[in-house]
Structure formats: C-alpha cells, structure tokens
Design a protein around this ligand. Sequence first.
Ligand SMILES: Cc1cc2nc3c(=O)[nH]c(=O)nc-3n(C[C@H](O)[C@H](O)[C@H](O)COP(=O)(O)OP(=O)(O)OC[C@H]3O[C@@H](n4cnc5c(N)ncnc54)[C@H](O)[C@@H]3O)c2cc1C
Length: 289
Amino acid sequence: MKPAAFEYVVAESIESAVAALAQARGEAKIIAGGQSLVPMLNFRLLRPAILVDINRIPDFAYVRDEPDAVRIGALTRHHQLERSPVIARHFPVLGEAMAHVAHLAIRNRGTIGGSLSHADPAAELPMMAMLLDAQLRVVSTNGMRSVAAHDFFQDALLVDLAEDELVTEVALPKLPPRTGWGFAEVSRRSGDFALAAVAVTLTLSGDTIGQARIAMTGVAPTPRRVSEAEALLTGARIDQVMTQRVIAAVRGATEPQTDLHASSDYRRHLVGVLAGRALADAWERAKTA
Ligand SMILES: Cc1cc2nc3c(=O)[nH]c(=O)nc-3n(C[C@H](O)[C@H](O)[C@H](O)COP(=O)(O)OP(=O)(O)OC[C@H]3O[C@@H](n4cnc5c(N)ncnc54)[C@H](O)[C@@H]3O)c2cc1C
C-alpha cells in the first residue's frame, strides 16, 4: 500500500522542527530513520497531514564522552552506536545489544531518538535506556525538559511525549568501576525483534554485589527493571541458589503476551533462562573488571 498524501517539511534546525510541530497542532509527525514510521504510513495506521524530516539538522548525530555521562544526539544511527569506541569503552552492554537490532541496512537508518519515541515492546534500545538510567532531553517551542527513561515508557508504543515535542538527546550516566555486564536475547531468526531479552549490570563492592540492575524486553507492554531481583542481589554473591531466586523474581515481573511468535508461558520461561545466562556473564565480568 501507499501512504495517504502528506505535506513534507525539511527542518534545518531543532528550532524549525519544533516550530513546525507547534504550527501543525497535532497533525504532524517527525520522520527520523523512517524504519518504523514508513511501514505505519504505508499500512495507513497513521495519516499525518505533515511529515517533519529531521535528517538535515546539523550536529544531531553524535556520541560525546563527558566526565559524568555519555551524551548521544537523537539522530545517532543504531550502527554508529554499534561501532562507537566511546560506547565500547563505557557501555559495552549497549554495543552488544545493538548487534541484535534488525539488520545492517535498518541499523544504518534507524535512530536512537526514533527507537525510544516509537517504544516497541520488544525493542532493545528502550530496554537499554531503562538499564542505564538514561535521561532524555525533550524540546518544544515552550522550552526544554528532562525525562528519566523510568518515566518515559508508559505503555506499548506510548511514551511521555506531547505532539509538539522532539527528543533531542539521550544522556547515559557512566557506570562505576568494577561493573560487569551480561546480555542475552532469543529471537526466531537473526535480526527479528526479540521474543525476550535480558540485560544485567553488577557492580562489586568488596567481594559482594554493591549494585545490581536487571532490565528486560519482549515480556511486558514496556521494558522493565526487575527491582525485586535487584534487591535480592545487593550484598550477595552469585551461586546456584541465588540464580534460581533471581530467575523466579524475573519471571514474576513479566506480563507476556501470546502472539503469532510465542505463547505467554514460553516467553515467561525463556526470560528466566536468559536472566540466568546474563547474570552469570555479568558476575564473571565483574570479578575481572
Ligand atoms: C524489518 C525490521 C526489523 C526491525 N527489527 C528491530 C529489532 O530487532 N529491534 C529494534 O529495536 N528495532 C527493530 N526495528 C525498528 C528499527 O530499530 C527502527 O529504526 C526504530 O524503531 C525507529 O527508529 P527510526 O529512526 O527509524 O524512527 P522513525 O521510523 O523515523 O520514527 C518512529 C517514531 O518515532 C517518532 N520520532 C522519531 N524521531 C523522533 C524524535 N527525535 N523525537 C520525537 N519523536 C521522534 C516518529 O514520529 C515516529 O512516530 C526493525 C525495523 C524493521 C523495518
């Protein structure tokens, strides 16, 4: 199918993009990589009167290494994150996750701002934003605000973003020293959306875990942190009993759907297995970090 007719506006700056959104009064959509939006237009699931193209905005795709955080411009492509030495140094778990996002052609176009704003319930970047306590910078003609990833994802394909707002930057606070990470995903074919995926970071304090983070995707309407499992791990070491307790907590925090690809029971079982693998990898890496 072809999209319904729309007017096409090329924004030359962030200011002109948000001005176009404000002027359209809810009738406009931003187009970034177009990898999620264009199929929705073609199926006429969306019929915006105006498309505001942000691809020509200068200096909108960057990965900046600052003292406390890494700052990522909203137009940064998935493939740039996958290849970035700054990401490899500070957030290897994110680099690993990016290799699981779709195929290279899609990773060359898809952007971090687009993936977070689209908020597919099985996407990797929203899970990474939750895991890494990302802060999103959101701009409109009324000014700028900062939103924690924790508050941003509200439901499947629903985020805390008004129709006249643009995500401009994602800040990832740096992880403490002695942090290990693990990532595990299963999809039906390489490049497909995850049936389930889990990411873990463990930060050691002495010879026990000082801080644990566990995030998952594909098993609830939004990506989730598993606070019950994180609390269990604080002050603990990993052994078989602890791993089983964490797996049970992870499974208990899911709300998986049955769909064409997998049953709810299968997804709940799978996410526990993946949590066990990611946890073991994070523990081994933390001990040698
Ligand atoms: C075959 C296929 C397989 C895929 N597999 C995966 C996968 O395994 N994992 C995965 O995570 N993703 C996958 N994707 C999705 C891909 O990662 C998309 O690139 C991503 O979800 C959207 O990014 P985009 O830049 O293309 O956004 P667009 O498609 O351009 O936009 C998506 C939505 O976000 C809005 N938007 C875009 N940028 C901004 C911004 N800066 N501020 C506010 N709103 C904005 C748009 O208005 C639109 O509503 C797949 C896509 C395809 C086609």
